[in-house]
Design a protein around this ligand. Sequence first.
Ligand SMILES: *Cc1c(COP(=O)(O)O)cnc(C)c1O
Length: 381
Amino acid sequence: MQQRIWLSLAHMGGKEQAFIQEAFDTNWVVPLGPNVDGFEADLEKYLQVRNKTIAALCSGTAAIHLGLLLAGVEKGDEVICQSFTFSASCNPIVYLGATPVFVDSEKDTWNMDPALLREAIEDRIKKTGRKPKAIVPVHLYGMPAKMDEIMAIANQYGIPVVEDAAEALGSTYKGRPCGTWGRFGILSFNGNKMITTSGGGALICPDEENCRKAIFYATQAREPYPYYQHMQIGYNYRLSNICAGIGRGQMLVLDEHIARRRQIQRMYREAINPIPGCRIMDNPSADFNSNFWLSCILVDKDKAGFSAEELRLYLESQNIESRRLWKPMHLQPVFAHVPSYTHGISDAFFETGLCLPSGSSLTEEEIQRVISCIQHITGRN
Ligand SMILES: *Cc1c(COP(=O)(O)O)cnc(C)c1O
């Protein structure tokens, strides 16, 4: 059996351990410390946002939680969320006692359909007498959502946007980095994302004041007293100085990793698009510049002669990991009772799509092996 090809593995650049060693040498093996400050500053510079507006946190999920909290989401509220996403986009809505309202995706970006978003807002106002408290669009697999259109609608109704850029570090839309469009933006540094801190995330805030508040809530909401005084419920959400050290090392190779993922997408696209019924997800126009965190294939069974699931099983038999696309939230049993606005587009993506091995550490030979397998199953039918 040939060596296993994984979907997306953590990929170290080499400098990570030096930052960790420094933390040990200076006894900063604690949450907070110079690596946390340094990592936040690196991210601010990379995303071209003002100083002290990014809070490094222990996960992307924690960042969404605090973003929604600071956007004013409370018990009994409704929050609109893209349905075609990972459950972490919407779980924090429930943590806050609010109800998610799901909106389907559009065909070209796979992300929140602006027209359906407007329809959903209007309908919620009509049905409940109140407008939703926040909107959570997602840049799925690194592909930017149409943030200008989504922001225009959100601003028209005065609803804050918490932009889930967990998969989109390095992606831009109309030249502007994903994560910097909404009132709040969130990033993830989990093991398989663009860069990793082993586990971690960040909240991109509109100003220093909100960033200070985020850090306050992330450190147990301790008031500035000589003893432990609490006037709010807090959380233990800060990133550790050790994890932030990994992040600083990863920032040194981020651009290389993005370039490599884009190259992998191009290799797949050139080899696979000519196959009948197969199409690799691509930027819809020059306005979009995806980081191509994961390369995805759509399979039209009638034309290809095999389904996405049959392809997955075949790749698995060849010791190649691939994965079905996110199952939309409106199809999840746990969210069966919540309102949703859908038109079948994300349902179809879920049925016909697959994520292919896309990690930046994959070799040319490994990508070629995946391509050969897809060509082989095509020829077989
Ligand atoms: C990974 C991910 C998250 C959550 O990030 P964690 O760091 O794993 O908590 C949120 N949203 C999306 C779309 C993700 O892919």
